[in-house]
Design a protein around this ligand. Structure first.
Ligand code: SR1
Ligand code: MG
Length: 395
């Protein structure tokens, strides 16, 4: 893999992104290159460079020294580009074909040059249009089991695992999650952003001691449990897919944390879709929710039984104990994600794009209720099917 030798940071433009692609010899001399900035996330620029002669393309992603969604008043470390490239490579060792290939990186420019995925669609956009992505939950269930198992103490020598914990220390990005997912939505903070019609539901959250106690426990898990190398931001905007393929992108929030966090974020974003859909369309999403957990848990359990490093793996009841903890953590983290996507700083288009105000508010209230139930009742919810039942009950 190439490493570009630039000494200091400069923001790329469409022209300099093309020059960089040429310098990296990513295209032939006959190439007719065009470039478009296509980033629609909260934090980075994404340049799509295509050779009009051959149709071949690459992506150059550049981190900005501040959060794009807020502006220069919110400075943000450029080190996240290195974390993202390293996490794509580490996860790609295990989840083969489920993450984009990395062609080059440069720490000073804070860029990652990677495989062009423009033939695929961002899953959030597709789901909003009613797509079903038949392979989505099998692929993501496998991605979760492969990345989370193989970077954990179940699969690595303790020295290797602890070296990875150090390599993937990501305090600035973790702090964003600690604030935006686990703290601000539960207090009267300036970062929150909610519609006036939700004022009484929001105040009820701020005044709900039982809910806040459970969120505090979940935040503590996030802060202290270095179980596996997480993606760290696995929502449906971090996944590209088609009917045949799935690729997980954007692991700039990667760090060693609790296994249930990635699972919970993905499930929460499916749950938002369940809340916005009706009838058979809803059943498709419930199938994905069920299959994500079943695929993850069966593959993870199978790997655990073969673990070289955990001598307890044959002890009766141990795998069930491990999986039960992951399941309950996942539900709690899903609940926090649902609440923050409704009343926190970073919303989701699935809900915000609903034009009819009455319906949008109704569905946002439902999202808050499901979030609260998952957090507060996670010790009593015994199966993924019980989660799906809950979605039918909360109206
Ligand atoms: C200021 S960053 C807001 C959100 O965008 C990212 O994708 C993460 O989800 C973060 O919480
Ligand atoms: Mg992202």
């Amino acid at each position: 893999m190439a490493v570009v030798a630039k000494k200091r940071y400069e923001s790329l433009t469409q022209e300099t992104a093309i020059s960089l692609a040429i310098q990296l010899s990513l295209f032939s001399n006959e190439a007719q290159l065009v470039c478009e900035e296509i980033g629609d996330g909260n934090l980075n620029y994404v340049f799509h460079i295509t050779d009009q002669a051959s149709g071949k393309g690459v992506i150059i992603k550049q981190a900005l020294p501040y959060a794009k969604v807020i502006g220069e008043s919110w400075p943000l470390t450029l080190k996240r580009a290195k974390i993202e490239a390293s996490a794509l490579q580490k996860h790609g060792e295990y989840a083969v074909g489920l993450v984009p290939k990395v062609y080059a990186t440069d720490e000073h420019l804070a860029i990652t040059v990677m495989e062009d995925l423009s033939h695929l669609e961002i899953v959030r956009e597709g789901l909003i249009k009613g797509e079903s992505y038949p392979k989505l939950s099998t692929d993501i269930g496998e991605y979760l089991a492969l990345t989370l198992f193989n970077t954990s103490d179940f699969a690595l020598h303790p020295f290797e695992k602890k070296a990875l914990v150090v390599e993937f220390s990501n305090p600035e990005l973790c702090k964003i999650t600690e604030d935006l997912i686990f703290t601000d939505p539960f207090f009267d903070r300036d970062t929150n952003d909610f519609e006036a019609a939700l004022q009484s539901e929001v105040e009820a959250i701020w005044n709900n001691n039982l809910l806040k106690l459970e969120v505090a426990k979940l935040k503590r898990s996030f802060l202290t449990e270095a179980e596996a190398l997480l993606h760290g931001d696995l929502h449906t905007g971090s996944i590209f897919a088609s009917e045949e393929e799935t690729k997980v992108i954007d692991p700039e929030f990667a760090f060693y944390g609790p296994i249930g966090f990635d699972i919970g974020l993905f499930l929460a974003n499916l749950i938002v879709q369940s809340i916005t859909r009706e009838g058979k369309q809803r059943d498709v999403i419930h199938g994905h929710i069920h299959n994500t957990w079943v695929t993850f848990s069966s593959k993870f359990t199978e790997s655990l039984k073969q673990s070289e490093f955990d001598l307890f793996n044959d002890v009766e009841g141990y795998d069930a104990f491990v999986l039960e903890k992951v399941f309950r953590d996942s539900l709690g983290f899903a609940g926090c994600e649902l609440i923050r996507r409704t009343i926190g700083l970073a919303h989701v288009k699935d809900l915000d794009s609903i034009e009819n105000q009455e319906r949008r508010i109704l569905l946002k209230k439902r999202t808050l209720k499901v979030g609260e139930r998952l957090i507060v009742s996670r010790q009593e919810i015994d199966s993924i099917d019980a989660v799906i039942e809950l979605l039918g009950e909360i109206q």
